[in-house]
Design a binder for this molecule. Structure first.
Ligand SMILES: [Zn+2]
Length: 142
């Protein structure tokens, strides 16, 4: 393949080993043989067979073993999108809960907030406190 007809990730001028070369196939097989499971899935407690080899730093010219990791295709696509500045949605865990901690499902509902306020009012009555809604302001200079 010449540079003129390269496309996609091969088009990155920093890439020193073309994806369709025997050298890359050999290096890829070596990485997948050494680490057969997706590293990102494993970090989340999920066992997934790796299919892709990723340049950890995002620099495709660094083909040292320390810069290469095995990922499943989904994790590799997400990482590549993130590396290129795209917003990435993480999906959900094994229980169906969103991995994004700011997801609306993690915000308390109006019903939960109302019941928490009712509990606070009952505690206030139980302690005999008729606390004012707001503390009176106090200015020592007056
Ligand atoms: Zn994965």
């Amino acid at each position: 393949m010449t540079k003129a007809n390269q496309s996609g990730r091969d088009a990155d001028p920093r890439r020193t080993i073309p994806l369709n070369s025997q050298a890359w196939r050999k290096l890829r097989a070596s990485v997948l043989d050494r680490e057969p499971l997706c590293r990102h899935c494993a970090a989340r407690g999920i066992t997934t067979v790796a299919t892709d080899v990723d340049h950890i730093s995002g620099n495709p010219s660094d083909n040292s073993m320390g810069n290469l990791q095995s990922l499943c295709h989904e994790c590799h696509s997400l990482k590549t999108a993130r590396d290129h500045g795209k917003k990435v949605y993480l999906g959900c865990d094994l229980n169906g809960m969103p991995l994004d901690p700011s997801h609306p499902w993690y915000r308390p509902s109006d019903a939960v907030l109302a019941s928490q306020q009712a509990i606070e009012r009952q505690k206030s009555r139980a302690t005999g406190g008729t606390r004012p809604a707001a503390s009176p302001s106090f200015n020592a200079d007056c």
